[in-house]
Write a protein that binds this ligand. Structure first.
Ligand SMILES: [Zn+2]
Length: 304
């Protein structure tokens, strides 16, 4: 039985791979452009070349790949990946699988991040955790009772598309009041532009907040409440012990101070709970590492 596994993180513009051993140590890590504009065959060739280059001759026994969207084997399509339309056409995964000499495990990239962050900072301390990626969109992954909870269709944990206001802001998904419509990077920018007339990136809005800019204060004040109530819904539904926040928007430090008091005040049932919001610690390594863990599990070298 092989002691080595490969994890792949397939993104819209790049693909990244790592080789790990049975102790979860990263032995090699490489990246290259994914080039979806050049078609499916080119993307698959890029992934295969990158795997071979990263493995460097090591006899890996399985490959895990994290992708945007939810892979549905019946249709061979990744649903819910609107930012990468090529991945929403059939054929990419089955072609890749047919060209690989070892088993391939496909998983949503937010689930991969959740797995990696769970083992990096929660395992042994918390068993039931949600990890949220806040960036261009809002995705999340769930580890419930030390097991990755993907649901029968791999579609569990789409908290970015749960609503906190049925008459709220229109979301790209067609609903109103979704968390993503308030909290994703583009949504924060749009909301700020609506009241100030200026288009700014979230980090710039944060700088304005620190200087006391009224529009920035208003946007973040509302965002703390949206995030607090949304996360409280999740804790109430799933009895979460902690929430991990990752993605570009998670680098704004305000969330960790202002959101927990709002969230914890809205918890139902057992009083006095203090659910922490933890900053993701793995940065952009989380996706590729979580994908490698899926391959290690396939080899029975990890259990989750
Ligand atoms: Zn939505």
């Amino acid at each position: 039985m092989s002691r080595f596994a490969v994890g792949v993180d397939l993104g819209g513009t790049k693909v990244e791979a790592c080789l790990v051993d049975e102790t979860r140590k990263i032995l090699a890590r490489k990246r290259r452009p994914s080039e979806p504009g050049l078609g499916r065959d080119r993307v698959v060739a890029n992934i295969l070349d990158l795997i071979a280059e990263t493995a460097g001759g090591a006899a890996y026994g399985a490959v895990g790949i994290g992708t945007p969207g939810t892979y549905q084997p019946r249709d061979d399509i990744m649903y819910g990946a609107p930012h990468t339309p090529l991945y929403e056409k059939p054929g990419l995964v089955s072609l890749l699988r047919s060209r690989l000499p070892v088993p391939l495990i496909v998983e949503n990239d937010a689930n991969c991040l959740a797995l990696a962050e769970f083992f990096a900072q929660c395992y042994g301390r918390f068993s039931t955790v949600m990890a949220v990626i806040l960036g261009t969109g809002m995705g999340s992954g769930l580890v419930l009772g030390n097991r990755l909870h993907r649901g029968p269709n791999g579609n569990a944990g789409e908290i970015g598309h749960t609503s906190i206001d049925i008459d709220g802001r229109a979301c790209e998904c067609g609903r109103n009041g979704c968390g993503e419509a308030y909290l994703s990077g583009p949504s924060l920018g749009r909301r700020y532009a609506e009241i100030s007339g200026e288009s700014l990136a979230p980090e710039e809005i944060f700088k304005r907040f620190e200087k006391g800019d009224p529009a920035a204060r208003r946007i973040f004040g509302e965002s703390f409440r949206v995030m607090g109530e949304l996360f409280a819904n999740c804790v109430n539904a799933l009895d979460l012990e902690a929430i991990v926040l990752g993605g570009g928007v998670s680098n704004i430090p305000l969330w960790y101070e202002h959101v927990p008091p709002i969230m914890n005040k809205s918890l139902f049932g057992i009083p006095g709970r203090n659910i922490p919001i933890l900053k993701a610690v793995l940065g952009d390594s989380a996706g590729v590492l979580g994908a490698a863990y899926l391959a290690l599990r396939e080899l029975r070298l990890m259990d989750f």
